[in-house]
Design a protein. Structure first.
Length: 143
């Protein structure tokens, strides 16, 4: 067993524990992702590949992969979609699909409208409704 050196500060230990907790949370939320996003995050979290290795395998730019991983990490750690799942009785299937596309996948309103065969107005109003329900549920950071 490794011993803790006396020169290691408590703050650095707390930071490591926080990072470990975030990685565990990301791993538990991998099942929420679909397609390429799930594959990318699985390669990064489970297989331990870095952005350079992933970019070589996919033939994409390393910085693009790193940005995508960063955005996915932020969205997965953000609690908006998880709050929607916990309160799914307040949403219908269409609203849950839009919430996933918007909060988890990060699609634009235009792309969600095309994907869900709705108007931009309908998608915008649905997102406003979802955000108001999230505020009622106590989620304050709805941006």
């Amino acid at each position: 067993m490794k011993t803790i050196h006396s020169n290691v500060s408590q703050k650095s230990l707390d930071d490591k524990n926080k990072n470990r907790a975030q990685i565990d949370l990301l791993r538990s939320r991998l099942s929420l992702l679909d397609g390429e996003d799930k594959l990318l995050m699985t390669m990064y979290l489970e297989n331990g590949n870095n952005s350079f290795q992933i970019s070589r395998m996919n033939g994409l730019c390393r910085t693009s992969i790193a940005r995508r991983i960063n955005r996915l990490t932020i969205r997965m750690l953000d609690g908006r979609y998880i709050t929607c799942i916990r309160n799914r009785r307040k949403f219908n299937k269409h609203q849950m699909a839009i919430a996933k596309d918007y909060f988890l996948t990060g699609l634009s309103i235009k792309k969600i409208a095309l994907k869900r065969h709705s108007s931009r107005y309908c998608v915008t109003e649905t997102i406003k409704k979802i955000k108001s329900i999230l505020e009622e549920c106590g989620y304050t950071n709805t941006k």
